[in-house]
Design a protein around this ligand. Structure first.
Ligand code: SAM
Length: 232
């Protein structure tokens, strides 16, 4: 099964393979109770959830030892696969749904993962807290919102000089055009877009790499619901 990782030249040793297996088992066993994912076939989960989550391993970044936050982590994507791949990563997963956070806590326990913080809450609230604002080397987010909205939710967490890697596909160009004002307000700049092809015709994935260049006005993020109602 691990050859899906090999296809993209990502090495997964025995310990990590076992951790992915346990994660898969828990995801399937607990899916009904927690309403975690529509994808349940083994191959689909491995490619669309696990491999997709760790494509960033192909980028030129070192994640071990770094502070990373996953905004809208859901059932733990990409946070848990990234943590499996980078055991020294200090990862925070944040989601507005407590049920899903409960599931990831179970995964954390079963996999004996250290240096992982799981928060039930909204990005709009936590992005205003000193403990979380401008505290992260990297932020990641997958399937949460269109880019201009996402930027307001995510960039307050990132250190000046740090990066946001947005997992995007399909409407990348349009989203980018719509996000000009949001990028300005978030004192951020697009560094690169790296396209990946998933194996077995599972489509493509664009990683948008955005760097925070300066401090953001304290009025951002605005109160819960406002960024969505009137995106920048
Ligand atoms: N990232 C996961 C993945 O790729 O499978 C989950 C994607 S799911 C479609 C979107 C998640 O974002 C949901 O679990 C939702 O609760 C969370 N979310 C949306 N807006 C949020 C916000 N403002 N603050 C925190 N979580 C949010």
């Amino acid at each position: 099964m691990m050859n899906y990782f090999d296809d993209l030249g990502i090495q997964v040793d025995d310990i990590k393979s076992r951790q992915f297996e346990i994660f898969y088992k828990l995801l399937i066993e607990e899916n009904e109770k927690y309403n975690l994912t529509a994808i349940t076939e083994r191959k689909d989960v491995y490619i669309k959830h696990f491999l997709d989550s760790i494509l960033v391993e192909k980028l030129d970044f070192e994640f071990n030892g770094k502070k990373v936050i996953d905004i809208g982590t859901g059932a733990g994507f990409p946070a848990i696969p990234l943590k499996i791949m980078n055991p020294q990563m200090r990862i925070t997963g944040l989601d507005a749904l407590n049920k899903r956070i409960g599931f990831i806590k179970m995964v954390q326990k079963e996999l004996s993962l250290k240096d992982i913080e799981l928060i039930h809450g909204r990005a709009e609230d936590f992005g205003q807290m000193t403990k979380y604002r401008e505290q992260y080397d990297f932020a990641v987010s997958r399937a949460v919102a269109e880019l201009r909205l996402l930027l307001e939710l995510v960039m307050p967490f990132v250190n000046v000089g740090g990066y946001f890697i947005a997992y995007k596909s399909l409407k990348t160009k349009t989203e980018l055009e719509d996000a000009t004002h949001a990028l300005n307000e978030m004192k951020s700049k697009l560094i690169d877009i790296v396209e990946f092809k998933l194996p077995e015709d599972f489509g493509t994935r664009d990683m948008m790499i955005i760097q925070k260049m300066g401090k953001i006005n304290n009025k951002y993020p605005r109160k819960p619901g406002i960024p969505k109602k009137s995106p920048l």
